[in-house]
Design a protein around this ligand. Structure first.
Ligand code: GAL
Length: 435
């Protein structure tokens, strides 16, 4: 497809372009092993840090813990998850621990800039290149994913999944035929469907949990793709597109219009509660990553019977990449156990157990689609041909400073709904952090 980003373009700004030069693989491995003074064995714990506490995501994590426990029964697993979607609380806790020299054994981190321009650049990680090679992951992981967890000649974490950030979740009993996939799935039709639902008496047809603001950043980034296309969106991070382009205000205007249809308590609830509103029928749709599917299935809702998931309005044939990975922090107290954890994360068994519950599709290409629900099967197929776009809200596209500045701005936007003011502030953030 002509519109597809090449592998090289996809990785250019998501990974390898940022950060300092690092040592070659074998030598860096050797130094890190000397520094940590551990060669394996003797440790009793495995502390895993994440923000997976909600329905679906917590279940996926539990599946991987089960596999680990079966293999290493004497190890005590400490689940150090900190609640708050997208790591809205966890990231600050992790930063404090890392800066204070108290890393967990392994932590959840998004592929791309969140990994490379934060932790790798700060020299807080050990490369996992030798694990990658000994596990033979080159033959089962897409090259695109490997590249966005790489810097220099090293690999720094293992992808456990691929989430789709641009997804619309629909309560089928409430939707009727108003919101359907296909050519009609554009922003204007979507807004008119919301208008009809509201006129028919549903106060908040579009459920939104904006606690932490990142969920509004998702609406904005999806709308940027919808109005400008994948090439325009990706160009925002390579310098090929401008943050003063009229598409920015158009995308904001669409967010503003969507806000007319959301629940007024959005600032006090998170994504999972918003998903719960769709399941309860208080709202008909929500726009959220496919961890929402994990939430629905964990709450006994049946894919393509009770609910469906499609590309968010206007973004068909694009896939907003949200890729969770696990890496090895320098000074991990239980280093050998952490290495075994990383192996489970990258294994076929681990990914087959984790992803159906998590809502994501596997990073590995050799996990059978037949173990997934019909929506995931569709997403697995679409991932292969869609144009890939890295998410800002979930750490791949832009450095943390830009992503968190944008989250704050989008929080302001929900309050003030000032398209011109926010567009100006966003352009300033881009000047400051993306050049
Ligand atoms: C994302 C993460 C997903 C999911 C979501 C909501 O940042 O990549 O795995 O957990 O947050 O918490």
């Amino acid at each position: 497809m002509s519109n597809n980003w090449t592998r090289r373009e996809f990785v250019k700004k998501t990974g390898t372009a940022a950060g300092a030069l690092v040592l070659g693989g074998a030598f860096a491995d050797f130094l890190a092993a000397c520094a940590s003074g551990t060669t394996g064995g003797g440790e009793t714990n495995l502390e895993i840090f994440s923000w997976w506490t909600a329905g679906g995501e917590a279940d996926g994590l539990a599946e991987m813990f089960k596999i680990y426990k079966n293999k290493y029964s004497s190890v005590k697993i400490i689940n150090a998850a900190v609640a708050g979607g997208a790591g809205s609380n966890a990231k600050a806790v992790l930063a404090t621990r890392m800066q204070g020299g108290k890393p967990p054994d392994s932590f959840q981190v998004h592929a791309g800039q969140e990994l490379i321009s934060t932790w790798v650049k700060a020299d807080k990680m050990e490369p996992i290149t030798s694990i990658w090679n000994s596990e033979g992951w080159d033959s089962v992981m897409p090259k695109d994913l490997k590249t966005i967890v790489s810097k220099g000649s090293d690999v720094w974490s293992v992808p456990v999944n691929v989430h789709r950030g641009n997804a619309l979740w629909v309560n089928l009993a409430k939707a009727g035929s108003a919101i359907t996939p296909g050519t009609g799935n554009n922003l204007d039709n979507f807004l008119s469907a919301l208008g009809k639902a509201k006129a028919a008496g549903m106060a908040a047809p579009l459920a939104l949990g904006s606690k932490g603001n990142w969920q509004v950043t998702m609406l904005f980034e999806n709308n940027l793709v919808a109005v400008g296309g994948a090439n325009f969106y990706r160009g925002l991070f390579t310098g090929a597109s401008s943050w003063t382009d009229p598409n920015i205000k158009t995308a904001l205007n669409y967010v503003k219009s969507m806000l007319n249809y959301v629940n007024s308590d959005n600032a006090t609830i998170d994504w999972d509660q918003a998903s719960g509103r769709v399941q309860a029928g208080t709202s008909v749709v929500t726009i959220m990553g496919d961890w929402a599917k994990g939430y629905f299935t964990a709450n006994n809702w049946k894919p393509d019977t009770d609910f469906t998931g499609i590309a968010s309005p206007g973004t068909e044939k694009t896939y907003m990449i949200v890729c969770d990975t696990f890496g090895l922090p320098k000074g991990a107290p239980d280093r050998a156990n952490a290495i075994n954890w990383i192996k489970v994360c990258g294994s076929q068994e681990g990914q087959a157990a984790f992803n159906p519950k998590k809502g994501s599709i596997p990073a590995r290409t050799d996990v059978s689609p037949s173990i997934f629900d019909s929506i995931a099967q569709k997403f697995i197929a679409e991932f292969k041909t869609d144009s890939l776009t890295p998410s800002i809200a979930h750490g791949s596209a832009a450095p943390e400073a830009f992503a968190s500045g944008l989250n704050d701005e989008m929080g302001q936007f929900v309050q003030k709904r000032d398209v011109n003011g926010s567009a100006t502030n966003i352009a300033k953030l881009a000047d400051q952090f993306l050049k």
